[in-house]
Design a binder for this molecule. Structure first.
Ligand code: ANZ
Ligand code: ZN
Length: 821
């Protein structure tokens, strides 16, 4: 008898799979398509960790399962290969980021192969390779042409440790998402993509994404942050009736305005404070604020600070004089950068008014009997109610007044209904080397000139200095100095590179036609394969990558290049891998390396454990005993096949007569049903595996004189059902069982409803000869099983409690009598 040697089995099959190109996409348009995708890795110097292994294993089971179910399956892999760590490694070690990255890509690819994942390696894509970034530039130019890429001077998020700007999405709690450094503001001229043009569609289309977790949809919804309200125009008589529009969600409170606040960066501030008492103080205040991040400024626990500008605005309906303030809590880049202060009905305004002794005016009264008076008010009244002190609008319900006042403003040219979004345009400029160069040239005569498509790619130069001080691209003479594509005169190249999130916004299109060299992808092929049917990845990309990808997809749709508007039909966000109660990480010192597991137990054991230990969306607790248990199970399957090899390799006549035979047949079909549904409908690989384990137990207890054809079928089904999860051992066993073709080309088994039914019978339960209950049980249960079931019943333990059970008499199919004293 051969013993299970995972290393031998796995190396053998990995070699064969590689040589026969076994996982080449099985293109066959007579079959339905399935696009299985896992987030591609960043090729860091550390190789794969368990989180990666988990994502790939989950994706691989889905891809293999669908193929067995009769789909043509696209299952590609690549590397998200641009980014800062490569550049930092270059600075620290004096090597080229390209060399470092390519080496890491190679290492990761070989580690993925060691896991036995069924990728179509012919479609491998690396975002740092010129034949890829050529098309990232192509796409940038498409955005540029469509007015969706523009450059502007802006106060941007600056990370001084990464030495670069960051998109809003990359600032988490005021800190850099990558290095945790405090983010500050800096005025720079930067490139943006106009994602705000797509805010409404990005929001509306979330409704179509039935296959996405609600949590992710909610996070995107909040990030887009739609707010409906009105723009109300205040004017400043002193400044030639200069207009200050404000954005409010509560136009019904317009008569309650007692002051106004503009953001410190508001363009009118210099005029409003010129020659006034607080001019110098306010200038200093603005300087100080520049050092703070937006997040820090708007955090609820931050003290609201403001100054009176010395100027007054005219209320659009009452004509009253309204003092204009500047304060830290009003942001320039939300709404209009100015707000009307309604202390009676807005909590922030209430606190501000109390602090600076500004008047409070009630304009909404609750319908309840208790109508608070000004003196009693300790907090703003933010609920619904009836309008008071509001001239012609008195007596209206405030919800109604929102519409009425908005309309009134519109008719009088003093405002209009409007919508505001929290979403900001996507800042994509990075002052770093290791990224896709922005294909733009600056010419003194022609201005900003896009690089023509036939001159792509704009290749990253080699003559650069990595000293960690400046953008290395600015040090390359050969790169910076170029000729204007339009007039031929000397010109300068843009030296900013693109945010790497652009690279990953379209890689799943590239996989579909990776060798296409005139355009990013073949539209016909993309229309065949897209959208991705199942996308597996981490929740950390809920707003960043997933929102950007949706944006890209919509732009490509609008450009007529693709026929769908959403890239990912279904999204599976896998849980973390934890050990000893916390996330596996270097800093926690609780890392289990995938290579160590592969060497000790084999990739199949690692895969099985990962799938068995938890449903994919839950956190997975890594335990050595769990891994050993999975390994023991695979050994058990291996021995089962060895033991019955003689039976399996011969043919027998099928005969299902005895109880044991009926039960085994039932178990075969129940197991197929459970495994199919658990995988297909719920991605619950863990319960599918439990079902298969039960079938294995059943096979071990199958009597020696049981029908051999049935036994053979049961064993074959176990091996086939396990194939997507543990591809190597099953391939080896399949071959031993006498099959010439790969198990991975076998069809997924089907079950027969007829065999699922359990023969059942009602039996009577007696205690000391007296009837105490009845129970319906399967006829197939053994005497021991019946006894155990009956003694476990609550209504029976009432009668046996505190007594000693002398004897249990089981009359099969009829009754159980328990004798107690
Ligand atoms: C007057 C008012 C009265 C307001 C009231 C609320 C309640 P959301 O829902 O988040 O969109 N606001 C507008 N622009 C702002 C800015 N740039 N910085 C800080 N605050 C700003 O919030 C909209 C409300 O936030 C607006 O409605 C405005 O205050 C404030 F009883 O206007 B409100
Ligand atoms: Zn020119």
């Amino acid at each position: 008898e051969k013993i299970y040697n995972p290393a031998e089995v796995e190396q053998k099959w990995q070699k064969i799979w590689e040589e026969t190109n076994a996982f080449k996409t099985n293109e066959d348009d007579s079959k339905p398509k399935f696009y299985a995708l896992e987030q591609f890795p960043y090729p860091s110097g550390d190789g794969l960790h368990m989180g990666h292994v988990r994502v790939y294993t989950i994706g691989d089971v889905i891809a293999r399962f669908k193929k067995m179910k009769g789909y043509q399956v696209l299952h590609p892999m690549g590397a998200d290969a641009f980014g800062l760590p490569a550049e930092n490694a270059a600075i620290q070690r004096g090597i080229n980021p390209r060399e470092w990255t390519l080496k890491n890509m190679e290492r990761i690819r070989s580690e993925q192969k060691r896991l036995g994942v069924s990728y179509d390696w012919d479609r491998y894509v690396g975002t740092c390779l010129p034949d890829y970034y050529k098309f990232t530039q192509w796409l940038f130019l498409l955005f540029y042409e469509r007015g969706l890429a523009y450059k502007k001077e802006a106060a941007v998020n600056w990370c001084s440790s990464c030495n670069t700007v960051l998109a809003n999405e990359q600032v988490e709690d005021g800190k850099c998402w990558r290095c945790d450094n405090e983010v500050t503001k800096k005025e720079l001229s930067q490139w943006f993509l106009k994602i705000t043009d797509y805010a409404e569609r990005l929001l509306q289309d979330l409704d179509q994404l039935d296959g996405w977790p609600d949590k992710v949809k909610m996070m995107q919804k909040n990030w887009i942050g739609k707010s409906e309200g009105a723009e109300v125009v205040f004017t400043v008589p002193e400044l030639d009736n200069a207009k200050i529009p404000v954005f409010t969600t509560r136009p019904d409170t317009l008569f309650g305005v007692t002051y106004m606040v503009v953001a410190p960066e508001h363009p009118l501030v210099p005029n409003l404070i010129a020659g006034k008492e607080n001019e110098e103080k306010i200038k200093q205040f603005i300087e100080d604020l520049k050092k703070e991040s937006e997040i820090a400024r708007t955090a609820t626990d931050v003290e609201k600070v403001g100054y009176f500008t010395g100027s007054y605005a005219k209320h659009p309906l009452t004509g009253e004089n309204i003092p204009i303030w500047v304060a830290n809590y009003v942001l320039m880049d939300y709404g209009t950068g100015a707000v009307m202060g309604v202390p009676a009905h807005d909590e922030r305004d209430f606190l501000f008014a109390k602090k600076y002794d500004l008047p409070v005016k009630i304009v909404i009264q609750p319908k309840s009997e208790e109508k608070p008076t000004l003196d009693e008010m300790t907090t703003a009244y933010t609920g619904d109610g009836m309008l008071v002190n509001s001239d012609i609008f008195n007596g209206l319900e405030n919800r109604e007044a929102i519409k009425k006042i908005s309309e009134h403003l519109k008719e009088n040219g003093k405002g209009k209904p409007t919508v505001s979004y929290r979403l900001r345009d996507w800042l994509i400029s990075r002052q770093r080397y290791w990224g896709t160069p922005i294909p733009i040239v600056y010419c003194d005569d022609c201005g900003t000139v896009p690089v023509p498509l036939d001159q792509l790619p704009v290749v990253l130069p080699e003559d650069v200095v990595f000293d960690g001080k400046n953008n290395p691209l600015t040090t390359s003479e050969s790169f910076v100095h170029t000729t204007c594509p339009s007039c031929g005169k000397p010109a300068r190249r843009e030296t900013d590179t693109m945010d790497t999130f652009i690279d990953s916004s379209w890689y799943y299109f590239r996989y579909i036609s990776p060798h296409e060299d005139t355009k990013p992808f073949d539209s016909k092929e993309v229309n065949k394969w897209m959208p991705v049917d199942e996308y597996v990845g981490g929740i950390e990309h809920a707003v960043l990558h997933l929102l950007y990808s949706r944006f890209f997809t919509k732009v490509l749709y609008d450009a007529g290049l693709i026929s769908h508007q959403e890239p990912f039909k279904s999204l599976l966000t896998q849980g973390m891998v934890i050990k000893d109660g916390s996330k596996m990480s270097k800093s926690k010192g609780n890392v289990v390396s995938p290579n160590e597991i592969i060497e000790k137990y084999g990739a199949d054991t690692g895969r099985l454990f990962i799938l068995f230990a938890a449903p994919p969306d839950r956190d997975l607790d890594w335990t050595d005993t769990g891994v050993e248990g999975s390994h023991r199970f695979l050994n058990r399957v291996w021995r089962m096949v060895q033991q019955h090899l003689d039976t399996i390799t011969k043919t027998h006549e099928l005969k299902v007569e005895t109880e044991a035979e009926k039960e085994l047949r039932r178990m075969i079909h129940v197991t197929i049903k459970r495994a199919t549904e658990d995988i297909d409908e719920r991605n619950n690989f863990n319960t599918a595996i439990s079902a298969i384990m039960e079938l294995v137990n059943k096979i071990y207890s199958y009597p020696a004189d049981g029908n051999k054809a049935l036994l053979k079928e049961a064993i074959e089904k176990v091996v086939i059902l396990l194939a997507p999860m543990t591809p190597h051992i099953t391939e080896e066993l399949w071959q031993m069982m006498g099959h010439e073709d790969s198990i991975h080309n076998v069809s997924w088994p089907t079950y027969n409803e007829e065999y699922l039914v359990l023969d059942e019978v009602e039996i009577v339960i007696q205690v000391n000869g007296k009837i105490r209950g009845k129970i319906v049980i399967p006829t197939s249960l053994s005497k021991e099983e019946v006894e155990e079931k009956v003694l476990g019943l609550e209504k029976i333990s009432e009668w046996t409690q505190g007594k000693q059970i002398r004897k249990v008499i089981v009359v099969p199919g009829k009754l159980v009598n328990i004798v107690v004293v």
